[in-house]
Design a protein around this ligand. Structure first.
Ligand code: CO
Length: 417
């Protein structure tokens, strides 16, 4: 089992941001990380720790010999991916068919969610104040396409309000969806006062290509970086005078403005409380921040063989060509000279090639957690990634070889020689 297979496993176990954090936390716990609660006093003993804030997670290590004002090395990523989510009132009947009302989260490639065997995953909030994660990893839900004969335009360009509801039962299925889910998952639907539930592809991640060179999987954007970041934090040998941090944010696909998104105080408070717990004061917090560097990892667009004209001709990005540095003059990416040097040196140390990406100047460029996290914390930030095709499709595609080189580069970034 190579790194790409392990990434596929990580993704298959992580159908929602909450599950992505649970998978990351379990992997880190196996490697000795201890989970602490934000409501509890911050640990002052050197060690390996993590916190979770719903669909976000931060993990850090203070094992190396460090003073309170020593800098942090940070890898950041996002846990959420575009998909179709359940509306609050989601039960509808049409003749003898039970229909589930869905709406898009972020910017999915809508047509890729049609005619796909979907399960359900997410988080329930119960009356007693507890929460539970659910994951129905079986094909229960399906959004059927319209036949091409009935409306060629609607079939190829579905409407976000009218065309995304799913079918999940036929004839005699009078029960609400949550009642069915509760019977199956062992909770009383009357106790469910809140939920964040989403559809998820039930087809496992799979290697494709003549020699399995490619990985076909949902949520590569951005669970590929979540996986690589977890591996990097575990693999990074503690470097004296430096504290490695991994931060995984929810809500990147919808703007990052929330209590747990990249515009939140999650990373800032982890840094502040870690410095204070090490005996530092406010000045040491700011000294630590001033010396820190963050690699904001998110997926990058490989040059598409059918659409080479959509790419900047001097900045083609190859599948299997190694990690990608992302630069944008309008600061859709946070990368500057200082961050570039830090990541380029990490790639040299890891002995992997570095590809440099610039978006076409005549196309709008997507963004990442990088600029927002940089503005929130004041930390030098470099936007990096691994190459993929079909970003925001229900099934995305990357080169298997890029998983290992991405892990190696982020590992070297967290533990510079
Ligand atoms: Co992304």
């Amino acid at each position: 089992m190579d790194d790409a297979d392990l990434l596929g496993r990580f993704i298959d176990a992580s159908p929602s941001p909450f599950h992505a954090c649970a998978t990351a936390a379990a992997t880190l716990a196996e490697a000795g990380w201890v989970e602490v609660a934000e409501r509890d006093p911050w640990p002052s003993e050197p060690g390996r720790y993590l916190v979770r804030r719903s669909g976000s997670l931060a993990a850090w290590s203070t094992e190396a010999a460090t003073g309170p004002a020593d800098p942090f090395r940070i890898v950041g990523a996002h846990t959420d991916s575009p998909n179709l989510r359940l509306k609050q009132h989601h039960d509808r009947r049409f003749d003898n068919v039970a229909v589930l009302a869905l709406e898009p989260y972020g910017g999915p490639l809508l047509t890729t969610w049609f005619d796909r065997d979907l399960g359900i995953a997410g988080r329930l909030g119960l009356r007693d104040g507890s929460e539970r994660l659910v994951h129905v990893d079986e094909p229960v839900v399906r959004v059927p396409n319209l036949a091409i004969h009935l409306d060629r335009d609607a079939a190829n360009a579905p409407d976000r309000q009218r065309h995304l509801d799913a079918i999940w039962a036929v004839a005699g299925a009078d029960e609400p969806f949550l009642t069915w889910l509760g019977r199956r998952e062992g909770f009383d639907p009357a106790d469910v006062l809140g939920f964040e539930l989403m559809t998820t592809d039930t087809l496992p991640s799979v290697r494709v290509g003549a020699r399995g060179e490619l990985l076909s999987a949902p949520r590569l954007d951005n669970q590929a970086t979540c996986f690589a970041g977890v591996r990097a934090l575990i693999d990074a040998a503690p470097a004296d005078g430096l504290r490695p941090v991994l931060v995984l944010f929810d809500h990147e696909e919808v703007g990052s403005t929330s209590e747990r998104g990249a515009q939140s105080d999650l990373l800032a408070t982890v840094i502040e409380r870690t410095v204070l717990a090490a005996g530092g004061g406010r000045d040491e917090v700011h000294r630590a921040v001033a010396g820190s560097v963050c690699a904001s990892g998110d997926m990058a667009h490989a040059t598409h063989p059918n659409h080479a004209d959509r790419h900047e001709p001097l900045h083609r990005v190859a599948l299997g060509g190694g990690p990608v540095l992302k630069v944008n003059q309008n600061l859709r990416y946070a990368t500057d000279t200082r961050g570039t040097v830090a990541f380029a040196r990490a790639c040299e140390q890891a002995e992997v090639p570095l590809q440099r990406y610039v978006h076409r100047a005549d196309l709008p460029c997507g963004s990442t957690i990088g600029p927002m996290s940089a503005a929130r914390t004041g930390i030098t930030t470099v936007d990096v990634g691994a190459a993929q095709l079909a970003m925001h499709s229900a099934r995305e595609l990357m080169a298997a070889a890029d998983v290992a080189s991405y892990v190696a580069a982020l590992t070297a970034f967290l533990a510079p020689a």
